[in-house]
Design a protein around this ligand. Structure first.
Ligand SMILES: Nc1ncnc2c1ncn2[C@@H]1O[C@H](COP(=O)(O)OP(=O)(O)OP(=O)(O)O)[C@@H](O)[C@H]1O
Length: 260
């Protein structure tokens, strides 16, 4: 069995402070894991370890059979917030092309032709080619998010990590972002870990759900994890899961407010 991620009793610390404890899980090639948990649960912290950015941990974590820091080139990370110097009017194409250049450690504006061609190909794949020349800063939040996903694909990653890709998006933009992720799953077969406060829009692409709250609460298929008693143990007794036809919905009384 080919596992992309194997974690065993993984405890992640910041200067000795245990941010999240005792995570044990495995993710197979091509699977999508939805990483769910309240504010401060440790979701971003786990993504940073998987991306090879944060190395202060105990226990075992392997990505493609190696410590994450050794396979950074095979992993792409879409952070929760992305800031651009807004005085520089970068086009969508520039932003996507930069995804490849940063990976190579080059930061300049003489973008090689093959990089431009690849960027156009990736934009086309996600249905964004028509906005290639538009200034990135003028896009809607939903368009920006899809452009950042396109940017992450530039390096042809084998593992894609996304930190709350749907937060701050309106329902229509959420559908567009989810469709983009679904296309990546179906057509590229990329393994993905996606953090979210709201599992509902993503549930159809989630092969596995992991619920954490500074420790592992549950890991398994959506049906195994999204149960009243499990959800209720973290989000309180008002939380529920309901099935409408074949589709599972998770009603969580947790209102996620973020001040950016
Ligand atoms: N750089 C850091 N130094 C020290 N502690 C940190 C650092 N980053 C995060 N933490 C702590 O680690 C814990 C987990 O934080 P993390 O950001 O991973 O949670 P999260 O589940 O992503 O939360 P949110 O949903 O609010 O984004 C929190 O207690 C947080 O204060």
């Amino acid at each position: 069995m080919e596992y992309v991620i194997e974690a065993e009793n993984l405890t992640i610390t910041y200067n000795g402070y245990e941010a999240v404890k005792d995570l044990t899980f495995k993710l197979k090639k091509g699977e999508t894991m939805l990483l769910l948990g309240p504010n401060g649960a440790g979701k971003t912290t786990l993504l940073k370890v998987l991306a090879g950015f944060h190395t202060e941990y105990r226990g075992r974590v392997l990505v493609f059979g190696k410590p994450p820091i050794e396979v950074k080139d095979r992993v792409a990370y879409v952070p929760q917030t992305f800031s651009l110097n807004t005085r520089v009017p970068l086009s969508v194409l520039d932003v996507v092309a930069m995804g490849a250049l940063y990976k190579r450690g080059i930061v300049h504006f003489n973008v090689p032709r093959e990089v431009i061609e690849r960027a156009l190909e990736v934009l086309d794949f996600l249905g964004l080619k028509h906005i290639a020349e538009r200034p990135f800063r003028e896009l809607s939040g939903g368009q920006k998010q899809r452009v950042l996903i396109a940017r992450a694909l530039m390096s042809n990653p084998d593992l894609l990590l996304l930190d709350e890709p749907l937060s701050a998006l309106d329902p229509k933009a959420r559908i567009d972002a989810t469709s983009a992720l679904s296309k990546i799953k179906e057509e590229i077969g990329l393994t993905m870990v996606i953090t979210t406060h709201d599992v509902n829009p993503l549930i159809e692409i989630g092969d596995k759900v992991m619920l954490i709250d500074r420790r592992l609460v549950a890991f398994g298929t959506p049906e195994e994890v999204l149960r009243d008693e499990i959800i209720g143990s973290v989000y309180g007794p008002a939380s529920r899961t309901v099935k409408v036809g074949e589709r599972l919905y998770c009603i969580i009384g947790d209102v996620h407010l973020r001040v950016r």
